[in-house]
Design a protein around this ligand. Sequence first.
Ligand code: APR
Ligand code: ZN
Ligand code: ZN
Length: 362
Amino acid sequence: MKAAVLRETKQPLTLEEVTIDDPKPGEVLVRTGATGVCHSDLHYMLGAYPHPLPTILGHESAGMVEQAGEGVTTVKAGDRVVLSFVPSCGNCERCVEGRPVLCLRTRRGERPDKLTQGEASINQFAGMSAFAEMQLVQESACIPLPDGVPMESACLVGCSVMTGFGAVVNTAQMEPGSTVAVIGLGGVGLNIVQSAALAGASRIFAVDIAEDKLQAARQFGATDTIDASQDDPVDTLKKATKRITGGGVDYAFEAIGLAKTAEQAFAMARRGGAAVIVGMVPVGERISVPAAQFLTEKRILGSFYGSARQAKDMPKLLQLYQQDKIKIDEMITNRYSLDQINEAYDDLQKGAMLRGVLTFEN
Ligand code: APR
Ligand code: ZN
Ligand code: ZN
């Protein structure tokens, strides 16, 4: 099968013929339908997050089951599925308490003969490796897809939609009427905006440095926009909220992955409010906050994959999409073939998309 391989960081991905194994017990072989162009993969391409190389990235995906391994009961060949990049065991302490993204026994890519080229093994990424025509995943990573949801829309539920919705509903547990700020309006940030709107936020301040992203945020439910390339985002937000909260918002979400904007999120939280860090700040970097402000009961919340409970959250998100309560199609501005993947990531870095999607011929 064809796959885009990362052999060296900061180098283009190379399109190669790779062999994928048959499913072992508990595993499912999936034919890729569509895969999203998410910024998280870029962090690995640039080396901001380490991963053993060579690897095949890609973690926002949907496809069709080609073959189910022995013992698999929840999906069968021909089923259409969304894939979760955090398979979970269902039985460990974290799974049982309802936090499967922290599963203690998650099995991601630990089998070295899943992806190979001749004798050489290629490391699986995120238990998926979705920049490829086929993927070999754990059964728990497969969420059945209702009829009528196109692959390209479904794939976004596998990362940006889940991450954004979950950050609001699961991590922050935002109450209706809350005031919110969202810094960074890419695929993840726009989903935070629309989920906060759906969950009844009274004000949503959307912050970005690109005019077209600010405009898009209004369509996704932002009530106010702040152009951080023109105005100081913290001062502007604090002034605008002075009369509502005394200055600052109930929840400030960071959706870029920069230490500086994570610090801005903390500064934007009101007394007793919370900064929710969704973006992936590069490994080794630190953020610095004025510690005396902990006396105001401000909090910093880490959020991974929107604290997803995938088996519960993803079917609901697909229903909300089918009921036109969340926008997904409107987010997809760019489409590429797998062969055009390097172009897709150049475009992402230029900010030339809301969300891009790789579509596969099936
Ligand atoms: N201030 C405000 N906005 C900024 C700034 C800044 N200093 N720098 C960049 N941005 C904006 C960009 O203009 C862009 O709209 O942040 C947005 C980032 O969007 P994408 O590149 O599309 O990233 P996305 O895929 O949404 O991921 C965002 O979430 O899951 C994580 O790893 C992911 O860290 C990444 C973050
Ligand atoms: Zn992602
Ligand atoms: Zn578990």
